[in-house]
Design a protein around this ligand. Structure first.
Ligand code: PHE
Length: 342
């Protein structure tokens, strides 16, 4: 085939292949087919050596024109296609601000957390510091130092989970009282929230539950201080008209010991289902810190006195929110939990 025919054919091929170009990638491929090192135009140029010398300058000129024409053709195609691709990309990335947003459902505080937060802020406002003791305790802090030695019958008041002969899951946050008194000189005013464990399981008891312990030690503290503080606590948590009363009780680490009732906030004391017709609801245990406990912690009971109280957070939550089964507080059912959204 004569060179001029070949050139014509290449030109035709280039014109025809333009229709196949759909992207910068295919453009590049087609461009290489003609302009690449082994492309059609380059191989034509290589063939120059077979051409008689007198014809070479003329042919060289023709081939150069062909190459320039091809290059400028592809350059302008490339420009167009790049512009087109950019426009397409922008169109795809365009944000439609009118599309409704994707929302994730709001969480809600667990009733236990609500009560805990409420109590912590209430007592912090009364000057209490927060102390959190360990959940794995030894026998000494959980019992012995709380005036409950090994053979003491009061150990039967709580069914204990023992881990070893000496280590146990604390049955009461009272264990933290000892840790605080051993490390801090009076005046002491602490609030200690935390989980406790007892081998107990029914509608109103769970093997794990939460307590809130309070301890106040200073010169001249009396049962009246305890009563005054409890009145304030009851009014703030259960309502302004609620009253408290103390009933004699027994705890080894307090003397005297009391059980604290609040007047029924459901019926105002007349008697209803909640207070089982008595007009009163038991909410916590408390008392004056037993002098033997103070002595054991190196605090002189003739100089200092104090009171302690301990309450079950789940119990307060159940009373306050009208929850009839403690299990609901541990199951994590969102249908239950979302009812406590503020
Ligand atoms: N630790 C007691 C209990 O768990 C409650 C309590 C705390 C009683 C502090 C008196 C003083 O039953």
């Amino acid at each position: 085939m004569d060179v001029n025919e070949k050139i014509k054919k290449i030109e035709e091929q280039i014109e025809a292949s333009v229709n196949d170009i759909k992207s910068s990638k295919t453009l590049q491929e087609i461009k290489m087919r003609f302009l690449g090192k082994t492309g059609e135009i380059s191989s034509l140029m290589k063939n120059m050596r077979d051409v008689p010398p007198d014809q070479r300058p003329g042919l060289g000129k023709i081939l150069n024109t062909l190459r320039q024409w091809t290059e400028s053709k592809f350059d302008s195609l490339e420009k167009d296609i790049k512009a087109f691709e950019l426009k397409k990309k922008y169109a795809e990335e365009k944000i439609d601000v009118t599309i409704p947003g994707q929302t994730s459902p709001d969480g809600a505080y667990h009733p236990n957390t609500l009560i805990k937060n409420e109590l912590v802020s209430l007592f912090a406002g009364l000057g209490f510091e927060i102390y959190e003791g360990p959940e794995i305790e030894n026998d000494y802090y959980n019992f012995t130092a709380l005036n409950t030695p090994a053979d003491h019958p009061a150990r039967d008041m709580q069914d204990t989970f023992y881990l070893t002969e000496d280590l146990l899951l604390r049955t009461q946050t009272s264990a933290g009282q000892i840790r605080v008194m051993e490390n801090k000189k009076p005046p002491i005013k602490i609030l200690s929230p935390g989980k406790v464990y007892r081998s107990d399981d029914d509608a109103t008891h769970s093997p794990m539950f939460s307590q809130m312990e309070g301890l106040v030690i200073d010169k001249g503290i009396t049962l009246c201080d305890l009563k005054g503080m409890l009145d304030e606590f009851a009014r703030r948590v259960f309502g302004e008209s609620v009253k408290t009363r103390l009933r004699p009780s027994y705890f080894p680490f307090t003397e005297p010991s009391v059980e604290v009732d609040v007047s029924c906030f459901e019926c105002g004391g007349k008697g209803c289902k909640l207070c089982k017709g008595t007009g009163w609801i038991e909410i916590l245990g408390a008392g004056m810190v037993n002098r033997r406990v103070l002595e054991g912690c190196g605090i002189d009971p003739d100089e200092y006195t104090g009171f302690a109280f301990g309450m079950g957070i789940e119990r307060i939550a159940m009373l306050k929110y009208g929850i009839n089964n403690m299990k609901l507080l541990f199951e994590g059912d969102t249908r239950f939990l979302k009812q406590f959204k503020d």
